[in-house]
Design a protein around this ligand. Sequence first.
Ligand code: HEM
Length: 399
Amino acid sequence: MLSYSSPRRSADGALHSHLSQMPTEHVLQIDLNSIVGRTSLELIGHAGINYSFDAMLPGQEPTDRYAQSLRDALPTALKLMLLIPTLPTILKIPFPSFGRFMINFIPLLTLHYLRDRVDFNDAMAAQLVRDRKAAIQSGEMYVKDDAKDIMSLLIKSNIVADGGMHLTDEELVGATSTIISAATDTTSNALSRMFHTLALHPEMQAKLRTKILGAPEHPDYAALEALPYLDAFVREVLRLYPPVTPGMFRQTCEFRENAVLPLSKSIIGVDGIPMKAITVPKGTCIYIAITATNLYKQIWGADALEFKPERWANEKAESVTTKMCGIYGNTMTFLGGGRSCIGLKFAQLEMKAVACVMLHAFKFSNPDLCVKWRMTSIIPSPNVDNQPCLPILVERVSV
Ligand code: HEM
């Protein structure tokens, strides 16, 4: 049986107590990137699977093997980027055991390391699902009454689902693994950007703190939603700095008809003739430029590159009301359509909750160091002198 999180050990509280150990009169320089990385892991642990990775113990990296394995999986996969073009062929192999045989056969240590991480993560997710299902079916109180994590809710609705809507155990394990990996580096990166932006804009930080001090220190959903300036701040961080990647590829379906994309404004084709629509042949690979769309001056205005939460205050502004196909805040940050992100609300609430807890107690400022955001993998990350870190000065707020 795995150790589950206790309702009393909340991750935002742990982040708070992590920093609370600093003496009152001191200004500390800390690497916030590492702390928010652990915070996002612990938050999805609690809210996603009711599991504590013990990621917030002060002064040390998590020793939980599941946490370590999750942390290693993405960087290892990215080392194998050159193999990505072979994926469509591999996925067409009808026998998974043959695919596994090929992976074992190829003498590539990184590939074998990744195989072991994926196997371990799947085994952990499978055990979590098994334990939780057994606990729910046996009516154990803590699961029945307290557990509101995503996995428990999924299992509970699966138990009562009609045949056609029923997920197999394999699908439940797949969903659990996907949610944990999809919610970790993404939100951690968004939190880093949020703190860096707060440190770079002390006047906005002070304004936000004033608004937040009027709300409870550990706000519930309604209290978070009742803070419009916080909402605007989070939207602006997610617009200007899409946390995942500047763009993504999609391929139009090979088995459907060619599509015709209408254009909001006509463009001049290479033959000099104005075009009002573009024909996209089936099977075409398309690059969706996430950052370019979020910063497009024709939509957002001449100040599109500036960080301005105020732009969200004017609900009639054309930039905010233009119909974008993205699912959040008129941006493409979480993409759009059938395969868009399902965790946007979770991510946005996590940013708001962490901002609320932290701004209640601490002030963040920028040390005299040049932080550069670099594309190290598919995710932009903060660096100083080519070393990944986000140095931020932290001091207690005297209220
Ligand atoms: C700021 C944080 C986040 C950003 C910017 C973000 C962005 C994205 C993007 C761009 C995709 C599409 C990826 C692709 O198709 O290749 C995606 C997919 C997904 N995201 Fe997020 N995400 C965030 C947080 C989360 C969180 C917190 C969760 C879960 C609680 C989550 C769950 C998922 C899942 C399950 C998918 C796959 C959906 C599918 O393929 O049907 N994401 N996300």
